[in-house]
Ligand binder design. Structure first.
Ligand code: MTE
Ligand code: HPA
Ligand code: MOS
Length: 779
């Protein structure tokens, strides 16, 4: 692996550059503890005496009437204490989910294989799991809807459809020089967080609760648990120090586990831990939404788009969960980097008898981007043009052709310079010729090459979530404790927030600690999601630290008789025109003079607003950009493929932490590569997810990482006023992996052309060996 981030432009230019925490590759705050096995995950927390363990009872039928549950065999297992069913829910028997359409435990119907009917609670995990398998549910099977197309045909939806339209797509398509119609199927994705879903619920005195949950959204867990128990939010405290990965899979799905554990704890009046094993996690929890698309696109001889009619079918599973905002984000990203002048997008939110699909890195964005990239690739092959040229021809402009189909002006467009820089640095044109020549000489192996861009909108599409709070405490020894509403899932949020606070107070990084996310410290926090963890919580923490700094500055002004503006906080010192003092000495003096040494901070993203019914306005504060050039090889006899070389140029604004940002770019890319190549979810004709373990569900392994993997950072700060001039990085790089899919299509197209079948390529995602072979052999 080679890394050559151009970090020179990213270093702070201020005189304090040397002592600043931001802008340097500070090691992740938990790195040493994690590699030593000393970082605490929920299953590592010492169990309170009397802790019991729960295991879920799963529906074996995709759709049916639940007539009864026979628990006698389970209750006879040694160590089993009790079972917990819908009748044991004291509060609302429906979860406090967005759509309010999901039962806590299945009641009169079951809606997917793996739906949780209840829990077995036992002295040990093993006894609970063994007994759960002995529960017999009496179910009268009903017809199941198992694909988005079947759901659409049956008008089976979790939410009403949404249409976004601009210009006159019908007229544009009628007048277009060329038209192409097609369809595309794109699979879902299992989150495969290394730490599976887990919750540990402890009853406290006076009807209060302490919940440890592996969650991206402690506030939502608190709300759900209170709702199901029928208690007030102030009686439920939720804590999460870190997750072993979330990837969107713990935005809502962690709530279910916490509610279940709490209900068991309430019934048995004991602490209860619920940890799903990997197979159950696969069967119970939602995944990335699989999508199906139908489109007709018009274009001229140069490949410039002239009208697009696009239908998107999102497979939402059995309930709404986050499907509304996910499908909305797919609409918002169906342009990716391109100006769609006359366009109609109709989005259906299909209800199927599968797990309820949920947030997953990109949150519908990838499902929007892949369809337009696929269409542009097909247009290029149809016209015999280079796909990069067709992409460049359709890019958003900077002064014209710069308004999205949802009426937001793209003000920070860097697509053209970014793409042409990558085109040069990756040597795209020369390699393309070399590959064509190489392919012509090969009987079996064929290579392909593609560059695809990403433009990703940053902000929660649910505008109200774009707020955050933080607390900064300075103790009398000068050490600093930060608590903010965000959660740590490996992405480095706590590290970046500590860097920001350290710089605000002019102290060293090691002097700042970030404590566990805790609903009792910062209330009503949004999910850590939409890539905006640092933008929101980093700013809130910066403001909190600034309040403390202001208090200290006016105190020093009083001592030295100067204006507050004259005080600098740098390198662990507080510098006034007449004196330089150690930060910790100033803190002690301030404490002795009864100056407040802690504060809160609050941030709300400016400028954003949009109309939820028409999806028009400015949903995003800014865009993050990037592009990837990917070279692949396929074996035309077996369909197997290999990603050979990847060059990425990605925009993180002014990087707070280049090492963490590059890690996010690499990780996002590889995870996207898994989605589009080997990770295949197969539901059989009964609706049973047959790929529910790593034996059959293949995430990328270290050996799949391309031998040449180069990541460069775009050397320009965010043009909007964002913390440190940075940009969000968590999700956008995921979509760079669409270059893998387009490169595979390029290789297939070259192989087909040699076999006398030039033109469009029909490749389903993921591009497994089977699908590549089908694409090669299709008539
Ligand atoms: N990186 C790691 N290591 N683990 C994760 O679970 N989740 C991703 C991304 N990067 C994830 C990750 C997702 S889906 C999001 S939305 C962001 O991190 C959330 O964190 P941030 O907003 O602080 O970037
Ligand atoms: N991203 C992630 N999670 C969300 C969003 C979003 O845009 N909107 C609501 N929840
Ligand atoms: Mo990320 S899918 O927004 O948790």
């Amino acid at each position: 692996m080679t890394h050559s981030p151009d970090t020179s432009a990213l270093q702070p230019t201020a005189s304090a550059a040397d002592s600043s925490a931001c802008g340097r590759s500070q090691q992740h705050e938990s790195a040493a503890a994690q590699v030593a096995g000393a970082a605490t995950y929920i299953d590592d927390i010492a169990e309170v005496r009397g802790t019991l363990h729960a295991a879920p009872i799963l529906s074996p039928v995709a759709h049916g009437r639940l007539r009864g549950v026979d628990c006698s065999a389970a209750l006879a297992v040694p160590g089993v204490r009790d079972v917990v069913l819908a009748a044991d829910v004291p509060g609302d028997k429906l979860l406090a989910a967005f759509g309010h359409d999901e039962p806590v435990f299945a009641m009169d119907t079951v809606q997917h294989i793996g739906q949780v009917i209840g829990l077995v609670v036992a002295d040990s995990v093993q006894a609970a799991r063994r007994a759960a398998r002995l529960v017999r549910a009496d179910i009268e099977a009903l017809p199941a809807v198992l694909s988005p197309r079947a759901a659409h045909a049956a008008h089976s939806y979790v939410l009403p459809p949404v249409t976004v339209r601009r210009g006159d797509p019908d007229a544009a398509l009628n007048q277009a020089l060329h038209t192409l119609s097609g369809s595309l199927e794109v699979g879902g994705q299992e989150h495969f967080y290394l730490e599976g879903q887990i919750a540990y619920a402890l009853p406290l005195e006076q009807g209060q609760w302490w919940i440890y949950a592996s969650t991206q959204h402690p506030g939502e867990v608190q709300h759900w648990v209170a709702h199901a128990l029928g208690v007030a939010n102030h009686d439920v405290r939720v804590e999460c120090r870190r997750m072993g990965g979330g990837f969107g899979g713990k935005e809502t799905q962690a709530g279910h586990l916490a509610v279940w554990a709490a209900l068991a704890a309430r019934k048995l009046q004991c602490p209860v831990k619920l940890r799903l094993d990997r197979d159950d996690d696969f069967m119970v929890t939602g995944k990335r939404h699989p999508f199906a698309y139908d489109y007709t696109v018009g274009f001229d001889d140069s490949g410039r788009l002239q009208g697009l009619q696009l239908t998107m079918l999102a497979n939402c599973g059995f309930s709404a969960d986050l499907s509304g905002p996910v499908a909305d984000r797919a609409i918002f990203h169906a342009d990716n980097a391109y100006f769609l002048e006359d366009v109609e997008i109709v989005s259906y939110r299909c209800k199927t008898n599968t797990q309820s699909h949920t947030a997953f890195r990109g949150f519908g964005g990838p499902q929007g981007v892949i369809v337009i990239e696929s269409i542009l690739g097909d247009i290029a092959r149809h016209l015999g043009l280079d796909p990069l040229d067709v992409r460049l021809r359709n890019l958003y402009g900077t002064t014209e052709r710069n308004v999205t189909h949802y009426q937001m002006t793209v003000e920070d467009n860097i697509l053209e310079p970014l793409l042409s820089t990558l085109e040069r640095s990756s040597d795209y044109r020369r390699r393309q010729q070399a590959i064509a020549a190489w392919n012509a000489s090969q009987p079996v192996l064929q290579r392909g090459l593609a560059i695809t861009p990403v433009k990703f909108g940053i902000s929660f599409t649910a505008t109200l979530f774009n707020q955050a709070g933080a607390l900064v405490h300075v103790y009398t020894d000068g050490s600093v404790l930060v608590n903010h509403g965000g959660t740590e899932m490996g992405q480095g949020l706590h590290t970046k927030v500590a860097q920001i606070v350290a710089d605000e107070l002019g102290v060293g990084f090691e002097q700042v600690r970030v404590s566990a996310s805790d609903t009792a410290r910062v209330p009503n926090a949004s999910a850590t999601a939409a890539s905006s963890g640092t933008d929101l919580n980093g700013r809130a923490a910066q403001f909190a630290a600034r309040h403390v700094r202001d208090n200290l500055a006016s105190f020093v002004c009083g001592l030295d008789g100067c204006g507050a503006g004259a005080i600098r906080f740098e390198a662990g010192q507080v510098i006034s025109p007449s004196a330089t003092r150690a930060f910790k000495d100033v803190v002690q003096m301030a404490y002795a003079n009864r100056i407040q040494l802690w504060s809160d901070g609050f941030y709300r993203t400016p400028k954003i607003h949009y109309d939820k019914t028409t999806l028009t306005g400015r949903p995003f504060y800014y865009f993050s950009y990037g592009a990837a050039c990917t070279e692949v090889a396929i074996d035309t006899l077996t369909g197997e493929s290999l990603v050979l070389k990847v060059d990425i140029l990605h925009d993180v604004g002014r990087s707070i932490n280049p090492a963490i940002d590059i890690g996010q770019i690499e990780g996002g890319f590889v995870q996207g590569m898994g989605w589009l190549t080997t990770e295949e979810l197969v539901w059989n004709d009964q609706g049973y997810l047959s790929t529910h373990a790593p034996s059959t569900y293949k995430i990328p392994a270290t050996g799949d990482i391309p031998a040449h993997f180069k990541v460069d950072l775009w050397p320009e700060p965010n043009r909007e006023d964002n913390v440190f001039g940075s940009k969000a990085v968590g999700e956008p790089p995921f979509m760079l992996a669409i270059s893998v899919f387009e490169a595979l299509k390029d290789a297939v197209a070259q192989a087909r052309a040699r076999a006398g079948r030039p033109g469009a390529v029909c490749l389903e995602a993921p591009a497994t060996a089977e699908h590549v072979l089908q694409a090669l052999q299709q008539p």
